[in-house]
Ligand binder design. Structure first.
Ligand SMILES: Nc1ncnc2c1ncn2[C@@H]1O[C@H](COP(=O)(O)OP(=O)(O)O)[C@@H](O)[C@H]1O
Ligand SMILES: [Mg+2]
Length: 584
């Protein structure tokens, strides 16, 4: 239960719904328990009619009929309150489900980038969908049936004792045995349903992965292999489910059998008492109905306990994420001001998940109106450098200063709003090209602004050629853009924000040199008084930068402007010569 504590705040939030629900449950059970009494009275009437000679059959009939009318009235009131119960408790569970999903999603948004590197998408999805729905079964049905069992027991046992306390003892005698057996069986069910859950999670992760990698999967002709693997996973899932079904199948017969035992005891002991003249036939009738009333509640104890255990396991996993610390923290009193300078002071960074030291003692400073270029071999730490500038991660050594102040003092949102970032791996949302460009600004940005950004990114003329222009859908169910086109849409998306810092992470690699020239010329105008960070391999795109840093294994290999680097005659000069030859 301690895992489920997290949900108490929601019970508090919806306390009125819960309280009303409890009252309705009490009412529905009260009228339910009254119903057998009218039956008992009818049975007694008939018994009298049979025993007494010369009694008026018509009188008995009408009396019986009116009692039957009362019975119907009780039944109607009972169901009316049952309806209200569901309208309060089940509605409450849906409201809490909604709140909980929002709470988790909000947390997901806050969690740092590294969280998504460590946890699989399938897992992240499962916790907000599967697990929350398990939790809801606790909030709604489990709570409802528990309160229900409580009131039904109190009322039934009260009325039974009123009728005959000795018979009550006999009837209730098998119940402890029953409770024990139900507990045993339901624990088995819990264990097995946990196994089912695990297999289901494995299955959905597998499916999810094979769909996101469908292009590679097909290109490599691995359909059969994946199909077999899927069969395997499905087989495991099926086995776990069948095993659960087998245990479940045992459950109901055991309960029905035990309830049957109680009924037999009622009839035998009661019959002996009737013959002895200490009990009426009507009383036995009532008792039998009461015993049957207990059938479902008893079954539900086992069921409810399995619901609660499952919900607890789910909530435990949800809590794990809810309590995951946000690594990149927002400060209490953040500052928000235009970015004028960025300075790296002996910055080192080690990836927490792999322990790879991606940057070592990196220092540089860049000011408004300047362009800094970072180059070097793949894996030398260029993208890491970009990620740190945006504070996707916090440095593990040294510090990053913005306007001379530690980057951690800036409000995250305000800070990132001022940055235009073009990632190395382009990602476009399954939406129109227009909306993809306007992603970082207001979605209903006017068309002119979107076009201007597209023109600056030298993609406007391509978009115009599409039949639907800016309304063309891209992504999963839309057209497939070429690598270079995607990069340029991504560039337009960064430019439209009118950023104070523009970071290009290797994003000109898939466009030809002429397009690159056009884009860089446009940037000269747009980013005139701003900070430009260009990461790339092609020297032609970096050579005009004010500073150029060559990284190797996270350390600065060479640094300076184009001219001084050429004079250095090292890696940079050599690479430049090579690229010139290639171009010619
Ligand atoms: N998210 C990550 N988690 C762990 N290690 C990473 C991650 N991203 C990059 N690395 C590692 O950090 C080093 C630098 O990578 P990166 O900055 O991407 O280089 P570049 O952009 O120059 O190709 C590489 O050794 C790479 O394997
Ligand atoms: Mg990179």
């Amino acid at each position: 239960m301690k895992n489920l504590k997290h949900l108490n705040k929601y019970f508090l939030k919806y306390k009125w719904l819960l309280l009303m629900g409890v009252l309705f449950i009490a009412a529905t059970n009260f009228f339910k328990v009254l119903m057998p009494q009218t039956f008992g009275t009818i049975a007694d009437l008939i018994e009298d009619q049979v025993k007494t000679e010369g009694a008026d059959p018509n009188g008995v009939f009408f009396k019986g009929l009116s009692l039957f009318g009362i019975f119907i009235a009780y039944a109607l009131i009972n169901t009316f309150f049952l309806f209200l119960t569901r309208q309060t408790i089940i509605v409450m569970s849906r409201l809490i489900e909604f709140d909980l999903k929002n709470e988790i999603y909000e947390k997901y948004q806050k969690l740092s980038y590294s969280f998504y590197k460590v946890n699989s998408t399938g897992d992240i999805m499962n916790r907000i969908s599967e697990d929350v729905s398990h939790t809801r079964m606790y909030l709604g049905p489990a709570v409802m049936y528990t309160i229900n069992v409580f009131f039904l027991f109190v009322f039934v046992i009260y009325f039974m004792i009123q009728k005959n306390s000795e018979l009550t003892m006999y009837v209730l005698a098998p119940l402890p045995i029953m409770s024990f057996i139900i507990f045993k069986v339901s624990s088995r069910i819990n264990k097995k349903s946990e196994a089912v859950q695990k297999k289901q999670s494995a299955l959905s992760t597998f499916v999810q992965e094979s769909f996101s990698g469908i292009r590679v999967l097909k290109a490599f002709g691995r359909e059969k292999h994946f199909g077999d693997e899927f069969d395997n996973e499905s087989e495991n899932y099926k086995r776990a489910n069948l095993s659960l079904a087998w245990t479940n199948a045992l459950f109901i017969p055991v309960i029905v059998g035990l309830i049957g035992l109680s009924t037999v005891i009622t009839i035998y002991v009661g019959g002996v008492k009737v013959i002895g003249g200490t009990l009426d036939v009507g009383d036995i009738t009532e008792f039998m109905i009461y015993v049957n009333f207990l059938t479902w509640p008893f079954a539900s104890i086992g069921w409810v306990s399995s619901l609660i255990q499952r919900a607890s396991a789910s909530q435990k996993r949800i809590n794990e994420f809810l309590h995951t610390e946000v690594e990149v923290k927002e400060v209490e009193k953040p500052i928000d001001e235009p970015i004028k300078t960025i300075e790296f002071k002996q910055v080192s960074f080690t990836y927490p998940n792999t322990g790879i030291e991606a940057l070592k003692d990196l220092s540089f400073k860049v000011e408004q109106g300047q362009t800094i270029a970072i180059t070097g071999r793949t894996g030398s730490g260029k993208s890491t450098c970009a990620a740190l500038m945006e504070r996707l991660f916090d440095v593990t050594g040294g510090e990053i200063l913005i306007n001379g102040k530690n980057i951690k003092e800036f409000s995250l949102e305000g800070f990132r709003h001022r940055i235009g970032y073009v990632p190395q791996e382009v990602f476009l949302f399954s939406d129109t090209i227009g909306n993809n460009i306007a992603f970082g600004v207001d979605q209903d940005m006017d068309e002119e602004t979107i076009k201007a950004a597209a023109k600056a990114a030298h993609i406007h003329h391509n978009i115009e050629q599409f039949e639907l222009g800016y309304d063309t859908k891209v992504g999963e169910r839309g057209i497939t853009l070429s690598g270079g086109q995607k990069q340029r849409v991504s560039i337009a998306r960064a430019i439209i924000r009118k950023p104070e810092v523009l970071i290009f992470d290797d994003c000109l690699s898939a466009v030809d040199t002429e397009t690159e020239d056009v884009i860089l010329k446009n940037l000269d105008v747009i980013m005139k008084d701003k900070i430009n960070v260009i990461i790339g391999h092609r020297i032609s795109s970096l050579m005009d930068a004010d500073q150029i840093i060559v990284l190797e294994n996270g350390k600065v290999l060479e640094a300076g402007d184009h001219q001084s680097l050429l004079e250095l005659n090292g890696w940079y000069a050599e690479t430049y010569q090579q690229q010139l030859v290639e171009e010619n």
